[in-house]
Design a protein around this ligand. Structure first.
Ligand SMILES: [Zn+2]
Length: 495
């Protein structure tokens, strides 16, 4: 897959095998039914899918990596060979397939368009980059300027920089560019609106809510299946032409739809009586509408309980169908609560450890005193997906633990968590430089960032650009030492 473009049939076979495995592992009764097309399964979780990969796209993305290597390592042997043979007079981006292409070249050139769309100029002086028609914005999905203005024709990026320093001329930018190009809107939303593919208004909110619930994944998967009409109730099986009666195997009085088995069946109703007293149980609606209402009106912890109870109701139903084992209502509810409590406990053990009052030597993470006359700066980043922003917190304390200064910064642009950590370290270094403290211990909990700063490898991604800025800050200091404090935290000692 690295160098060859697999035939479409092969990628389809891979996808088929995965789908077969996924659907057969969940229910013995319906092992041969694929309840959903791969296309829907491969959608992002917030769009109602399960987030599987589209293998054709994955294959092309891997080939793109080979093309990328031609661009960034033009002097290695393979790049020189391919250049001599296939694009002697141009670069890879403008290469043509040629007269007698090898299988590998034919594969790699398929990824050219992808690279063209993904590649970005990195702004240095900015004088060689045209404002229009060149990819230089940070926006992930459309790096081209969308402002349609004649005043931008023929201008280069440096004309929007303040002379002498690496800073944008904000007034000029506001005057000439539309708000999207000013970078205030997330690329993600922009793409959604442009494509018009995902049903943002309607469904994504319920998917978002579902996947954010803190409950065991198996219970979330069950509710996902119920919402996607993929739960093998008798009625659903009938709709897939399985020769079964549609009557509910539990109460034997009504047709077993998804809403019936999880909410309206007498046993389920009694469960909801206990979990949601006096509410929602006497309803005549589809399961999607019912759960939407619960998600909207109930607290997060209640939603987790509801999802978990759905799972135990369904398991009790299966126990009856497959093992002729009857489960009492009180037990269904109690088991759900117990299960959830245990799961939460297991999830929270780590974070609890760090909140406990410290007992020396118990392994808990505590604030560590720097050596005398050293300022200690702790830094951390947070990603706010719902607000399309990232935030950084910086705090400086002396060797007695007394607060000297603190700072928080919000950056109105969503980036990956590790990029956010790198940005936080850069902000901290800039702050240290500005405050002119003599000796500083900078503490971060992101090993990846510190390792990247320490290595000398050139990185051409957005992350790499920030790392290089960190390196250039560090170059201004007199001495820099790195310490691995424990598994979680790293110090940079700067003087
Ligand atoms: Zn029933």
């Amino acid at each position: 897959m690295n160098v060859f473009l697999l035939p479409v049939e092969v990628t389809r076979d891979i996808e088929k095998s995965i789908a077969k495995f996924w659907w057969s592992s969940s229910q013995s009764s319906s092992s041969k039914i694929n309840w959903m097309s791969w296309e829907r399964m491969a959608k992002h979780k917030t769009a109602g899918g399960m987030g599987f990969r589209n293998f054709r796209d994955f294959n092309i993305a891997m080939l793109g990596k080979q093309g990328w290597r031609f661009i960034i390592n033009p002097n290695n042997l393979v790049s020189r060979l391919y250049k001599a043979k296939y694009f002697a007079d141009s670069d890879f981006i403008h290469a043509k397939i040629g007269n007698s292409p090898s299988f590998i070249w034919r594969s790699i050139i398929q990824a050219k368009q992808l690279l063209r769309e993904g590649i970005r100029w990195r702004i240095g002086r900015g004088d060689s980059i045209q404002v229009m028609n060149q990819p230089w914005l940070m926006e992930e999905d459309n790096p081209f300027i969308t402002t349609n203005s004649q005043s931008l024709e023929g201008r280069t990026v440096d004309s929007f920089l303040v002379t002498g320093i690496r800073q944008w001329d904000v007034n000029q930018i506001q005057e000439h560019f539309n708000t999207r190009d000013q970078g205030f809107k997330s690329a993600y939303r922009y793409l959604q609106l442009q494509k018009g593919q995902w049903n943002i208004e309607d469904n994504s909110s319920i998917w978002n809510k579902l996947w954010r619930i803190k409950a065991p994944p198996k219970s979330l998967n069950l509710v996902w299946r119920a919402l996607s009409q993929c739960l093998p109730t008798m009625s659903q099986l009938q709709s897939k032409h399985v020769p079964v009666q549609s009557t509910c195997p539990v109460c034997k009085s009504e047709a077993e739809t998804i809403m019936h088995s999880l909410v309206n069946c007498p046993i389920a109703r009694q469960c909801w009586f206990m979990v949601l007293p006096g509410q929602y149980w006497d309803v005549n609606m589809e399961f999607t509408g019912w759960i939407k209402m619960v998600f909207e009106l109930e607290s997060k912890s209640k939603c987790a309980e509801v999802v978990m109870v759905c799972w135990t109701i369904w398991r009790a139903r299966n126990d009856l169908v497959w093992n002729q084992k009857y489960t009492r209502v009180t037990r269904i509810v109690a088991e759900a609560k117990q299960h959830l409590t245990q799961w939460n406990f297991a999830q929270n053990r780590l974070s609890w450890a760090s909140l406990q009052l410290s007992v020396e030597g118990d392994g808990a993470v505590v604030w560590v005193r720097p050596v005398t006359n050293t300022v200690k700066v702790s830094v951390d980043a947070a990603v706010f997906e719902d607000r399309d922003a990232v935030g950084f917190g910086l705090i400086a304390r002396d060797s007695d633990g007394m607060l000297i200064a603190a700072k928080s910064i919000v950056h109105p642009h969503l980036v990956s968590p590790v990029t956010a950590e790198a940005m936080a370290v850069k902000e901290a270094l800039s702050w240290i430089d500005e405050m002119q403290w003599a000796t500083v211990a900078l503490e971060s909990d992101c090993l990846v960032v510190i390792q990247a700063i320490r290595s000398s490898a050139p990185m051409r991604s957005h992350f790499g650009v920030i790392i290089e800025e960190c390196r250039s800050f560090l170059a201004r200091f007199h001495k820099v030492f790195y310490f691995l404090l424990n598994d979680l935290r790293i110090w940079l000692l700067i003087s």
